[in-house]
Design a binder for this molecule. Structure first.
Ligand code: ZN
Ligand code: ZN
Length: 897
């Protein structure tokens, strides 16, 4: 079933699918476009083409069809007051980071606000009926169009008009009636200007007809009637039919203002400010025809470069006009658009990174910086953020709270990009041919080189139009959960005692047992879930090794004999383990909120793990934590414990909880059930959570952070202990630091002794040398140094293997001896740590026959190592300390024949 087939079928029966009261009352005529054959409804008897092919397409640029002018902020006020007047509830936007769906990073349409995934089904939960919402939506597929086409944005406000046809809501007739009146009455657009085009929508197993409404070729909105499920040969009406009307607020503003681009009237005063700063002549009569041409060509060509080329040609722009006006304007539009998107995303807790949704934010920031670099624009990003938030807060007052956080993140990220530019420069200098799209993706994915940078460096002239959509696809991959299939069909849900009285001992009936698994009618054993590890204990004296939850059924895995189905078994929960896990679990809530208050609003739980004697919380944060951060978080956490705050647990309807507490409750991810368990620690931390918790923060006694680490881009791991484990950790740490102190002291003493010995030895070298040189023919030993004067008179050998001498001594003595006696060979062996070192000197005469280097090589080999040097001086060594004497014997044999 594809859209074309549905449209054909529906358009074949317009009476049933498209005709509405309004069309009858006003006398709309249904026509087929004489270019593309699509059906549309109009009051204009002369209109023979659909909006895509009409001659008046985009003629509102420079000549708006409304008597009043409304910018972005004012347009929303108009839309809102119209719908409120008509019995709609105006609700606040939902976050742009889509916390309530685990298959989406960002909110992409207003209807997404109300979709909740339950298993494989999508259900709708509306906080009011009917309602209207100014939903900011993020879309990254058309990034290369942003700033160039006049109407593409990376984020836009979708006016969501939603209704369920029941005693409060309405269906098609009323919807189209309202939309028509909104345009004609509220915005003052002439009835004849409005065209409704027949279309269809399908997705997620349901489908329905839709009416797109256009004014002068600009699609302002699309009213979708989600009505059926099944396929075209057999479909039935949904139990829950829904009106999903989405309209672009930016386009409403644009059509009333008639500015060359939608960007000129949707970003507030910042656009003019930057245009003035750069000194672009926007009064020039070139803009209106140019952007009108761009808009028209966009319907004809897919390739943006082609669109731009045609528009330039048709309007006859000179190179100078392009360079002085069009190109810098495109840059300014891009920068403002991208910053607006970043303001929403960062305010709602997303961070630029190289993973998941954060990746799109990083690429936008790099586009901003690259564009400024390429066009040599010197803008103060903080100032742009300030002016934008000042403007946006008319519609979205909550953005005021995160103003400084947005600036902080953008400045950190910009700084990082500047640093990575140096690395990119190196990589780019090695490119020997113009990279293709695939190469560009590899360059970005593995080396972080953005195509904007390559454009800035003139390596490529244009960014291929498929780059961003390909990249976006690459990062859209969804998380897949492992499904384990156990034979649990027909078994009743397990009663969960740990949410009630939570006994440590209880008896229960065995509903099912197979392999090593047991299912009971009720259980006080907590099953692994939400990062909390399972309880341990015994069922009929048999040890439990794991507990998992499958739907609402708890499965216990035991070691040893399993009970029979129907048996009543006695069960014992390991209370000490549970207590440890519970303290650690509540501590994750406390650390999470402490980290957010210390670090910033962007801190969210990324994941968590709670065991009996340790736990960890991974949070979203831009950098590794400093020692100061860690101690501040730990201090904040312990002060929450000291305040003895009761931990409250309440059950709410999911929608009610979201409205009451916002989406911060989803720290642990999406909750796939209608009733949510809200755990609150005063008003400091409120989360939807199914784990076990202490009754009061003071029960935790103490929290100690043991280690932190940046585990991936944008995520920091905090490892910690609490309760007894924390006390033990502190004690151990103290003992450790005491023993460490002792060890340090001993080391220090040893060092001092060594220095002293060395000093003494140094002073004594001349005396020792003198005594050695004065010794008699034969072998004699002085102060552990042996000297042997050869009978042949050709060579003298002096050596020491004492560990009382070090390298400084041997070098000093060896040099002195060999200088005085040109036939002398000196060999010093000494241990240093786990190694044994050797130093050899040879006097002038003897070195001509017996090289110090060769002697060292030979000795080192015996010691299991290596060494070398010149004929007069060499050093080396090995590790085999037991070979010391062998080594000396070998040396002697080499010297004295
Ligand atoms: Zn057409
Ligand atoms: Zn919890």
């Amino acid at each position: 079933m594809n859209k074309k087939e549905i449209l054909e079928k529906f358009s074949a029966d317009p009476q049933r699918y498209y005709n509405v009261n309004l069309f009858e009352e006003q006398g709309f005529e249904r026509r087929s476009c004489n270019v593309c054959n699509r059906f549309f409804w109009t009051l204009d008897s002369e209109r023979v083409k659909c909006p895509d092919h009409s001659d008046d397409t985009y003629s509102f640029i420079g000549d708006p069809p409304t008597s009043k002018r409304f910018d972005y902020t004012q347009s929303w006020k108009e839309v809102e007051s119209f719908f409120v007047k008509n019995n709609h509830t105006s609700i606040n936007r939902y976050p742009v980071v889509c916390r309530w769906r685990d298959d989406l990073y960002f909110t992409i349409a207003s209807i997404v606000d109300f979709q909740r995934v339950m298993g494989s089904k999508v259900v709708f939960e509306f906080p009011a009926n009917p309602l209207v919402v100014p939903q900011t939506c993020l879309r990254f597929k058309d990034l290369e169009n942003v700033g160039v086409t006049g109407r593409h944005f990376s984020s836009f406000c979708m006016i969501g008009q939603h209704s369920i046809p029941n005693e409060n809501g309405y269906w098609k007739d009323e919807c189209v009636n309202l939309d028509f009146n909104l345009l004609t009455q509220q915005f003052g657009i002439a009835k004849k200007e409005i065209t409704f085009v027949e279309d269809v929508w399908e997705g997620g197993g349901s489908f329905g007809s839709s009416l797109e409404y256009f004014v002068r070729g600009l699609e302002l909105g699309n009213a979708v009637f989600t009505e059926f499920q099944g396929d075209l040969s057999s479909y039935k009406t949904l139990d829950q039919r829904i009106i999903d009307m989405g309209a672009g607020l930016e386009r409403f503003a644009w059509i009333t203002m008639g500015t060359p681009t939608a960007y000129d009237c949707c970003f507030g005063p910042i656009t003019q400010k930057l245009i003035q700063k750069v000194g672009i002549d926007t009064n020039s009569s070139v803009l209106v025809p140019y952007f009108t041409e761009i808009a028209k060509n966009l319907e004809l060509y897919d390739d943006l470069a082609q669109v731009r080329k045609n528009a330039i040609k048709t309007t006859g722009l000179s190179d100078e006009q392009i360079n002085q006006i069009i190109t810098p304007l495109e840059g300014i539009y891009l920068i403002i658009d991208h910053i607006r998107t970043l303001i929403f995303a960062i305010s709602d807790g997303a961070l630029p990174s190289n993973v998941g949704g954060g990746y799109n934010l990083r690429i936008m920031l790099r586009r901003i910086v690259s564009t400024m670099g390429r066009l040599k624009l010197k803008f103060d990003l903080d100032e742009i953020i300030d002016i934008q938030i000042d403007y946006l807060k008319n519609t979205y007052p909550e953005l005021e709270n995160t103003r400084e956080d947005v600036k902080e993140i953008i400045s950190i990220e910009t700084g990082r990009y500047d640093i990575s530019k140096q690395r990119m420069q190196k990589i780019v200098s090695k490119l020997n041919k113009e990279p293709k799209v695939e190469d560009l993706i590899t360059l970005y994915e593995s080396d972080g080189v953005t195509p904007e940078y390559l454009k800035e460096m003139k390596v490529i002239s244009e960014i291929p139009s498929t780059f961003y959509s390909k990249l976006s696809d690459l990062h859209q991959s969804k998380k897949q959960k492992d499904q384990v299939n156990l034979p649990l069909e027909g078994i009743l849900d397990t009663e969960l005692l740990f949410y009630g009285e939570d006994p440590r001992e209880f008896s229960a009936k065995v509903l099912k047992s197979f392999e090593n698994f047991v299912v009971l009618d009720k259980t006080a054993f907590y099953a692994r879930g939400g990062g909390q590890e399972p309880d341990y204990g015994e069922i009929n004296g048999q040890e439990i090794v794991d507990i998992t939850k499958h739907g609402n059924i708890v499965v216990h895995e035991i070691k040893g004999e399993i009970p029979k189905e129907g048996d009543v078994v006695s069960c014992k929960v390991d209370g000490k383990r549970r207590e440890g896990i519970t303290k650690n679990h509540t501590s994750t809530h406390i650390i999470n909120t402490s980290a957010r208050s210390v670090l910033g609003s962007w801190v969210w739980q990324h994941s968590a793990f709670k065991e009996e004697d340790h736990a960890r919380l991974d949070i979203t944060h831009h950098s590794a934590l400093t020692d100061e951060d860690v101690s501040s978080i730990e201090k904040a956490a312990n002060s929450i414990i000291a305040k003895s705050i009761p931990v409250k647990i309440e059950n709410f309807d999911r929608g009610a909880a979201e409205q009451k507490y916002g989406f911060r409750i989803y720290q642990g991810g999406v909750v796939p059930v209608k009733s949510v368990r809200i755990v609150s620690i005063g008003d400091l931390d409120i989360e939807a959570c199914g784990g076990t918790h202490v009754a009061n923060t003071q029960d935790i006694e103490q929290i100690k952070i043991t280690k932190t680490k940046r585990i991936q881009d944008g995520v920091v791991r905090i490892e910690f202990v609490s309760g007894d484990s924390a006390k033990e950790f502190v004690k151990k740490k103290q003992l450790y630091s005491e023993s460490k102190e002792k060890e340090e002291k001993l080391k220090e003493q040893e060092k001092e002794k060594r220095i002293e010995r060395r000093q003494i030895a140094k002073e004594r070298i001349p005396f020792i040398a003198k005594s050695l040189l004065e010794s008699e023919q034969g072998i004699s030993t002085i102060d552990e140094i042996t000297i042997e004067l050869a009978e042949s008179g050709k060579a003298n050998f002096c050596y020491s293997t004492s560990n009382n001498y070090d390298d400084v001594f041997h070098i000093g003595l060896g040099e002195m001896l060999c200088k005085t006696d040109p036939k002398m060979i000196y060999c010093g062996l000494f241990e240093q740590g786990d190694k044994i070192r050797v130093i050899v000197y040879a006097g002038d005469d003897i070195s001509k026959e017996k090289s110090a280097g060769e002697i060292v090589r030979s000795i080192s080999q015996i010691l299991g190592g290596a060494g070398g040097g010149s004929p007069k001086f060499a050093q080396g060594g090995g590790t085999d300390k037991s070979k010391k004497e062998d080594a000396i014997k070998n040396a002697k044999s080499m010297i004295i024949e």
